[in-house]
Ligand binder design. Structure first.
Ligand code: SF4
Length: 397
């Protein structure tokens, strides 16, 4: 079938097959974005674009998985290995609270030194002291690591985490859900089967996924990207059909910059963002990553294409992200006219994206000026900004 025919089918709201979605990679970007925009208007509030105010806390850089694209991690006895104390985490939470944040993403490496009780104790502390802040914590990779460490099932672990205060499970560690690609770039990564099992278990237990994602630029084929999208679509289909109490809330896609791997010390990015452990390290690594952070035009166009294709393929995931920080406001505005309805990364102005801002010579600071820029970008794209919480409920700004 020609790409034009596939776009025609997409515009009438029909579900696209795997081979049809692959054909979309041949479509001109403007036609693709126009169809994705129609789909976005049908499947999400046609007037609103969401944004979120929150932060990211990278609690440990100790990790045994050793992904080939990650510079963040350190082996456990490495001199730069670091795990934040509860007091340090509390301090970062106070910073998020001070600028009015209502969401925190807490993620790190797979650290065998931390017992499971460390996570449940932390969650209870956060719920006691910061009840207004939605806690998205751990990833399927970290849950899998805890299964190995404790010998307990994901179901038992997630139920205890939920009862201790876990609000949502970020769908990180997916990259490309293809065994071939995973073996190539991170052979120790959680397998596709286990990633799916853990995400579905969380939905069954009523723990929403704050977002699921795809990372391109790892040597994957078009077919493997489409396979990835269809795995996500099928998870959501099953959640809807079986009436699971939670669903996949949002999707986002970003480019991997493989110029920056652990073989290129001090310059490491995932999706264009450096992964330091704190703001001091963010500033320290800022200079070397400056060039790596400039997204070339072809990457931006590729990004917009992936945003549009994902919107057309994932007909059952309501919210799709536009990355303003790593891709820039101009590209984010284009993404908002080509399938996206959520300004992602607003909730990530801390260690990870702090480094991006530091590299651009802008110190990380969530303030009225930054929020005004985000709001303006949304208006420039023709929508009304709506501040949301971690579960996509509207909040007063
Ligand atoms: S990406 Fe995550 S799992 Fe992989 S090495 Fe880095 S911290 Fe570990």
């Amino acid at each position: 079938m020609s790409y034009a025919k596939v776009l025609e089918r997409a515009c009438t709201g029909e579900r696209l097959s795997s081979s049809e979605i692959v054909r979309l990679y041949d479509a001109p970007l403007n036609e693709l974005q126009s169809a994705a925009h129609q789909a976005r208007l049908r499947r999400a509030d046609p007037q609103a674009v969401y944004y979120l105010v929150g932060g990211v806390i990278d609690y440990t850089n100790v990790c045994t998985v050793a992904c080939g694209f990650c510079y963040f991690y350190r082996p456990k006895n490495h001199p730069e290995a670091k795990t934040l104390s509860f007091d340090e985490i509390r301090q970062q939470m106070e910073e998020i609270r001070a600028y009015g944040g209502t969401y925190v993403l807490i993620q790190g490496g797979v650290n065998p030194n931390l017992p499971f009780s460390w996570y449940t104790d932390l969650l209870r502390l956060l719920k006691r002291e910061f009840p207004e802040i939605h806690v998205a914590m751990l990833s399927p990779e970290e849950i899998y690591g805890l299964e190995q460490l404790t010998g307990r099932s994901a179901e038992a672990l997630l139920a205890e985490l939920r009862n201790s205060g876990l609000d949502s499970l970020p769908g990180a560690s997916a990259e490309i859900l293809s065994t071939r690609v995973r073996k190539l770039v991170s052979p120790n990564r959680v397998s596709v089967t286990d990633w799916v099992r853990i995400v579905e278990t969380s939905l069954k237990l009523g723990i929403p996924s704050s977002w699921v994602s795809m990372v391109f630029g790892l040597g994957e084929t078009r077919e493997e990207k489409v396979q990835h999208l269809l795995i996500l679509r099928e998870i959501q289909d099953r959640a809807l059909e079986k009436g699971y109490p939670a669903k996949l809330s949002a999707f986002k896609v970003w480019p991997m910059r493989l110029a920056t791997t652990r073989t290129a010390p001090r310059v490491a990015t995932v999706g264009g963002a450096v992964y330091p452990i704190n703001l001091d390290q963010a500033r320290e690594v800022a200079e070397p990553v400056k060039n790596a952070l400039i997204q070339p035009e072809e990457v931006r166009l590729h990004y917009l294409r992936e945003v549009a294709i994902a919107r057309l393929a994932l007909d059952n995931i309501p919210n799709h992200g536009a990355l303003w920080l790593t891709m820039g406001f101009e590209t984010a505005a284009k993404a908002l006219r080509g399938g996206a309805n959520d300004m992602q990364e607003t909730g990530a102005i801390n260690a990870v994206n702090a480094a991006v801002l530091a590299a651009k010579g802008e110190l990380p600071k969530v303030d009225e000026n930054l929020l005004a820029q985000i709001n303006q970008c949304i208006r420039n794209a023709g929508f009304s900004p709506v501040r949301r919480d971690g579960l996509y409920n509207q909040r007063s700004a």
